[in-house]
Design a protein around this ligand. Structure first.
Ligand code: FCB
Length: 398
């Protein structure tokens, strides 16, 4: 039997983002798109509206976190609230987020604070958003304000969430605002976001000692274990390089830690993708904990702390979530045992929330939100299982 131990300071958390949970994020580009859906378009399936009303209910939600033994929470600050116009920073909004972070700290939760999680202030979007050359400078100013306002209550900052996903969804397949389909622009946006992370890092460091990282989604590409050819192997190597080193190398020295968001493994067969279909989430995503293990092993070479800043599944009946959590944590435990500096795991998500253009049907929460009953919070059974692992700080594997 193998036993995987988690050190006392290992962070067991859950993650959320502002637009997906707070409600009424009306000064953002996403809100504008949601409420002005063009006739005949499929997406967005529904508007975010009140979302989970986390804006008002954060105290109760943190109580649930501690009741289920979490010692960390990852959440995001909504730029559109902090900087409602280019010329103004809102004292009221800053105080609101300070209150949220203070409440989390009082409950004993470590706070991981994302500054940009897909949504933009309307004024920024109207100026060209991330396709504008000014984006880096503008974002760095906002980031430096956040460093000044929130450092005292923040254990780690994450500058930008998943730049590659943002660029893909907003500029390659056009599903997210500003709904552009332009691969060149998409590439530019990605590079602009990398540049902006560097500018933000430097701007923030003038005001804070709090570690600064990011949250990067990395797909693990593998070949078919039952028969792969050399071409598929080369393709997997190239795709893994593009996802990880190509993106992370320029950020060397400008990240105090790596935040890894892991959802996908893609299996390559004859230069196409051919994933198993027998173990998938409600969204049809293949569940493969092995991919997390491979990525942690790969990322060890960067020799900076690693946090799994997102990992989870849509599973409305809570059918697979317990096994999923167990297997993903075993992958973390194995990486730790092999000397990789993994410091924490944040399950996506604490709450069932607004899953972007899909609306509310994908149920990612450790806690169910009953949308027919005043957004009542109902922790799922798998959350009890997660809490048990957290209390024991070990997993036994036969
Ligand atoms: C990630 C996003 C997060 C959530 C999960 C399911 O790409 O960062 O907001 O939508 O996917």
């Amino acid at each position: 039997m193998d036993i995987y131990h988690f050190p006392d300071d290992f962070l067991f958390g859950a993650a959320i983002s502002a637009h997906q949970t707070e409600g009424n994020n009306s000064n953002s580009d996403w809100w504008e798109w949601e409420v002005n859906k063009p006739p005949g378009k499929k997406y967005p399936i529904e508007p975010s509206g009140i979302a989970c009303d986390f804006y008002n209910r954060y105290g109760d939600d943190f109580d649930i976190c501690t009741q289920f033994s979490l010692n960390a929470i990852r959440l995001s600050i909504e730029w559109a609230r902090i900087q409602p116009t280019e010329e103004t920073f809102s004292t009221q909004a800053i105080e609101h987020y300070q209150d949220i972070l203070k409440a989390a700290k009082q409950k004993g939760l470590k706070t991981f604070v994302t500054l940009h999680h897909f949504t933009n202030p309307l004024w920024f979007a109207k100026k060209g958003g991330w396709a504008s050359m000014d984006a880096g400078k503008i974002f760095a100013l906002y980031a430096s304000k956040c460093a000044q306002a929130f450092s005292e209550y923040t254990d780690a900052f994450l500058t930008i969430n998943e730049p590659q996903v943002y660029a893909l969804m907003a500029y390659t397949n056009g599903k997210w605002p500003p709904n552009k389909i332009n691969p060149y622009l998409s590439y530019f946006v990605q590079m602009n976001m990398i540049r902006s992370q560097i500018l933000a890092y430097d701007a923030m460091k003038k005001y804070t000692d709090t570690p600064i990282g990011h949250a990067h989604q990395i797909v693990w590409y593998e070949t078919d274990p039952f028969g792969s050819n050399i071409i598929d192997k080369v393709a997997a190597r190239v795709l893994n390089y593009l996802n990880d080193d190509f993106y992370l190398q320029p950020l060397r020295g400008k990240l105090d830690f790596l935040g890894l968001n892991y959802y996908f493994t893609k299996r390559i067969r004859y230069l196409g993708f051919d994933n198993p279909t027998d173990y998938v989430s409600d969204m049809g995503w293949w569940i493969n904990p092995g991919g997390l293990g491979e990525l942690l092993r790969e990322l060890g070479k960067y020799e900076i702390p690693i946090y799994v800043t997102e990992n989870g599944l849509a599973d409305s009946h809570d059918k697979y979530r317990q096994q999923f959590i167990r297997d993903m944590l075993i992958a973390c435990g194995q990486a730790l045992a092999n000397g990789v500096d993994v410091r924490g795991y944040f399950h996506w998500s604490l709450l069932d929330n607004y899953e972007w253009h899909h609306g509310f049907w994908p149920r990612f929460g450790l806690v169910e939100i009953d949308r027919n009953n005043n957004l009542a919070r109902k922790p799922r059974r798998s959350f009890e299982y997660y809490a048990k692992i957290i209390r024991e700080r070990r997993i036994e594997v036969d």
